[in-house]
Design a protein around this ligand. Structure first.
Ligand code: SAH
Length: 398
């Protein structure tokens, strides 16, 4: 009985956190379990003995156990907790490719959809998480960019993807987390960084096994350089001259290459971490010897590692991936000029889990052209710049 009373108190307290001005972020009144801090959990457990906080916290974070399966709690408390500590991710579909890559399509409490990809290698596993539902950056060749922006994810929604992937990877250790799923992590800076801290502090994954990938949000890279945890930084470059990059990565019109390289160099100096450049090789667009020479000129002074991947085809973009001979020639050129380069294996292609193919919100997909003078309004809005737009679709974070 006592625990039932406490659980009632718990529910009341919990609702306080959902109120405007409360600490835990809420989405349409729902708090993701992994958004709660330990103190919030302790306070919310109210009259329950102090050890309960530890008990619930550890099961949630260390084992990914949800309240209904916390069999060491009194049944009534468990049932009450199950009403409020609920998963933010509902599995809509899960597919497994021939190379054991697992892709989930999740639905969030407000109906937004995101994807997570788990890549399994001998003895270890890497999860690729989404940081936003959709993306406002509008890179022409990227499926998520083609589908547009829905909303930012909360910290807890990002963390829960890692917790789910860790369970699926067992008995292999989930060793690496890469922010290379849907969305632009640095356009959702605070929640992304909150997730990095929680993944590090509570899931025990070290900073050097966490990689934040950005299309080049310079303001975000500069903030990242001030943080304590030295995560790896990957920059999706794809073009090493402004004229071309303006066309395929519209954000370049806001942060041209000279500014972006300045921020990269600041990051490398501050963190002493390996910087990498991502380069999706597009047949006849960015795969010539001249492109390789321009890339080498940017990569060498920064000691950047280049990850080359032949473009994965997406419905809204006409370009195709460079054929294998061209990929070899491009990498050969880079290496002959002293640049560290690897060709990234294209995993999960048979289940559309490969880079840039994540497009869970495909409903809004529209073909894009590379033309245009300004960066898209949605991208400016996502970066916190004022934009006048009639009405907005989708949920907002309160
Ligand atoms: N917004 C972040 C992270 C998400 S995209 C960023 O841009 O880095 C993860 C990587 O996949 C990026 O390097 C992106 O440029 C790349 N990518 C997107 N579409 C692709 C495609 N069709 N083929 C190959 N790589 C792609």
């Amino acid at each position: 009985m006592e625990s039932a009373r406490s659980a009632k108190h718990w529910v009341t307290t919990f609702n306080l956190y959902s109120a405007p001005g409360g600490e835990a972020p809420t989405l349409n009144g729902v708090t993701a379990a992994f958004d709660m801090t330990r103190d919030q959990l302790a306070e919310a457990l109210g009259d329950e003995p102090a050890y309960r906080t530890d008990q619930v916290w550890r099961q949630l974070w260390e084992r990914g156990t949800w309240p209904e399966a916390m069999t060491d709690l009194p049944r009534q408390l468990r049932e009450q907790l199950a009403k409020v500590i609920t998963p933010a991710l509902r599995e809509v579909a899960r597919s497994e490719s021939r190379d054991k890559t697992v892709k989930w399509l999740w639905e969030l409490p407000d109906g937004a959809r995101i994807e997570t990809v788990l890549m399994i290698y001998p003895g270890r596993a890497t999860v690729c998480v989404s940081s936003q539902a959709g993306c406002a950056m509008a890179c022409s060749f990227c499926a998520t960019g083609q589908s547009g922006f829905t909303r930012h994810l909360t910290t807890g929604e990002i963390v829960e993807q890692v917790v789910a992937a860790r369970a699926a990877a067992a008995p292999r250790r989930l060793g690496n987390v890469v922010f290379m799923g849907m969305g632009e992590p640095l356009a959702n800076y605070d929640r992304t960084w909150g997730a990095v801290e929680r993944i590090h502090d509570h899931l025990g994954i070290s900073a050097r096994h966490i990689t934040v990938s950005t299309v080049g949000v310079v303001a975000g890279i500069r903030r990242l350089a001030q943080e304590d945890l030295p995560v790896n930084l990957a920059v999706s470059l794809h073009a090493a001259r402004d004229e071309l990059r303006n066309r395929i990565v519209p954000l370049n019109r806001r942060y041209p290459l000279s500014v972006l390289m300045g921020a990269c160099s600041e990051y490398a100096a501050a963190k002493n971490r390996r910087l990498s450049f991502e380069w999706a090789l597009i047949d006849g667009v960015n795969d010539t010897a001249q492109d390789a020479a321009e890339l080498a000129e940017l990569a060498l002074p920064l000691g950047a590692h280049v990850n080359v991947i032949p473009l994965n085809p997406t419905p809204g973009y006409l370009g195709r991936g460079t054929p294998p001979d061209g990929v070899r020639a491009f990498c050969g050129y880079l290496m002959a000029h002293g640049v560290n380069a690897t060709v990234r294996a294209n995993r999960g292609t048979d289940i559309d889990a490969a880079c840039g193919q994540l497009a869970a919100n495909a409903g809004g997909r529209r073909p894009r052209t590379d033309a245009g003078l300004a960066i898209p309004a949605a991208a400016r809005e996502a970066l916190g710049e004022p934009v006048s737009r009639p009405g907005r679709k989708g949920a907002t974070l309160k």
